[in-house]
Design a protein around this ligand. Structure first.
Ligand SMILES: [Zn+2]
Length: 504
């Protein structure tokens, strides 16, 4: 079943065979949210995309170290590199809060949304304010290597020198160096302090009213936004690691400057593969609060927004996101969400039917059997082709038709080998739940799914208690009986074994 995994690498603009630096292990860094407001739905798409990538790499057997940071300092208003107010400081000032209260509130909110979307937590979630020392060290190395200069307490990256001595600047974003070095950009302020207009700040001297500030060799100030990702990815994944990801709006200047900083400080480019997710549109346009074309995750779940006719569950939203490739734009509309809701229900019901199919034990290697085996392989082929979730889902939908025909008797289980049915059952379980990270919401609410789950869980609990009794571990056996009793579940030990009843 093993084929090569191919990844669209933003750095080479090509699909490349994925080869990790260390066999069997993957280091992946994804730029996390700036926690000064509720998480944007577009960011949710990015993080769900990387969650699926993380899950699929794990499914393939890689030991993945997934680092996703929390930006809690240094990200300035208007994405400027100096001169704008720090987004978190500004929110703290407006709401009369401590900056860390702002950070705490929106970090918790972000985690809540990630949890309802069933996105796994990363292996490490470092915060910029907890890595000031590492950032100061990196600024110092950049200065030591001659790629930075100090001006009035702030430290700037010397892009002119970097361009002259390396051929890296502009490579990731595909921008021409000549344009980068001549154009004036809104995100670059304080031009008078810089030697060259495209130089960017890596340490910023704090103005007197700036709340978040740290002592450094150059001034009391704070690190530049681009710097934190360079410092934290290096700390946790090494000077060069496998995958660096983020939304494609971060490609320039954020990621381009990260590459410059890493090479400027240690002589190595940070990542071998750069992955960028595309934009989430709404009704064919960029989301924008000012013209009403926007929706928050919460509004989408409750339906409390004029752009949707009803609320959609988090799993329907996740399923909707899976229906497009992470590298394509995705257009969120009410019609598309309604269709996703139907598709999600259909695939979950097909899975329930599939898991209930019982094979009599005799089956032939018929044409049908071969087709199912081919489709099982195809699901993997699609995912190995740059994590193509929509195509993998399309194959599962084809299989759903076959499953319904097997259930309805139009196709015969005797034309399917028992091993093929077992494989099919496994593939649906693995992909729907482990790789795509969906949960079966159609089975909740007291239906048959819940009863089956309850019976299954009780079988496990009774088995564990039996084991405890056999080894004369009476405290464990009694604990199980007493705790179940508190929940209204009574165990009865008899000659036939243990049975259970539930208080009404
Ligand atoms: Zn970043």
């Amino acid at each position: 079943m093993q084929q090569e995994l191919k990844i669209q690498n933003s750095l080479s603009r090509q699909k490349e065979v994925f080869k990790p630096i260390h066999e069997g292990r993957v280091g992946m860094y994804v730029c996390g949210p700036t926690v000064y407001s509720d998480v944007h739905l577009g960011n949710c798409r990015t993080f769900v995309s990387f969650d699926v990538i993380y899950r699929y790499l794990t499914y393939l057997g890689y030991k993945v170290r997934y680092v996703r940071n929390i930006t809690d300092v240094g990200h300035l208003e208007g994405d400027t590199d100096i001169g704008g107010e720090d987004k978190i400081s500004k929110k703290a000032r407006l709401e009369q809060l401590e900056p860390m209260e702002v950070v705490q509130r929106y970090t918790v909110g972000f985690h809540d949304v990630m949890q309802v979307l069933n996105a796994l937590p990363p292996s490490i979630e470092p915060r910029a304010t907890q890595h000031i020392i590492e950032q100061i060290d990196m600024v110092q190395s950049i200065l030591d290597n001659g790629y930075g200069y100090v001006e009035n307490g702030s430290v700037y990256f010397d892009t002119n020198k970097f361009v002259k001595e390396t051929d890296y600047y502009g490579k990731l974003s595909g921008r021409k160096v000549e344009d980068l070095m001549t154009e004036t950009r809104d995100d670059l302020k304080n031009q008078s302090e810089k030697r060259h207009p495209s130089d960017f700040a890596i340490w910023i001297k704090a103005s007197p009213e700036h709340i978040m500030r740290w002592q450094s060799p150059w001034s009391v100030g704070f690190p530049g936004w681009h710097l934190e990702c360079s410092a934290m990815s290096t700390k946790y994944l090494g000077q060069t690691f496998d995958i660096h990801g983020g939304g494609n709006d971060l490609k320039f200047p954020h990621h381009e400057n990260e590459v410059a900083q890493n090479i400027g400080s240690c002589g190595h480019a940070p990542a071998n593969y750069w992955l960028h997710t595309n934009m989430l549109l709404m009704n064919g346009k960029k989301m924008s609060k000012s013209d009403g074309n926007s929706i928050t995750p919460e509004e989408l779940f409750t339906g409390n927004n004029p752009n949707v006719s009803k609320g959609y569950s988090p799993m329907v939203l996740r399923f909707f996101m899976l229906q497009s490739h992470y590298g394509s734009t995705l257009d969120l509309t009410d019609v598309a969400l309604l269709a996703a809701e139907k598709g999600y229900k259909r695939i979950m019901e097909a899975n329930q039917t599939l898991q209930g199919l019982q094979h009599s034990g005799n089956g032939s290697a018929s044409e049908l059997d071969q087709r199912i085996q081919g489709q099982i392989a195809q699901v993997h082929i699609e995912m190995n082709d740059d994590f193509n979730t929509p195509k993998a889902l399309a194959v599962l939908f084809d299989l759903a038709t076959t499953i319904n025909r097997l259930q309805g008797g139009q196709d015969k289980l005797s034309d399917v080998q028992p091993e093929t049915l077992a494989q099919l059952q496994q593939v649906f379980q693995d992909f729907l739940f482990d790789v795509f990270g969906l949960k079966d919401e159609t089975a909740t609410g007291g239906g048959q799914g819940n009863a089956d789950l309850m019976n299954g869980l009780m079988d496990i609990i009774i088995e564990v208690r039996k084991g405890a009794k056999e080894t004369k571990d009476w405290p464990t056996a009694d604990l199980i009986r007493n705790k179940l009793g508190e929940m209204g579940v009574q165990l009865k030990d008899g000659p036939e074994g243990t049975s259970w009843t539930r208080d009404i």
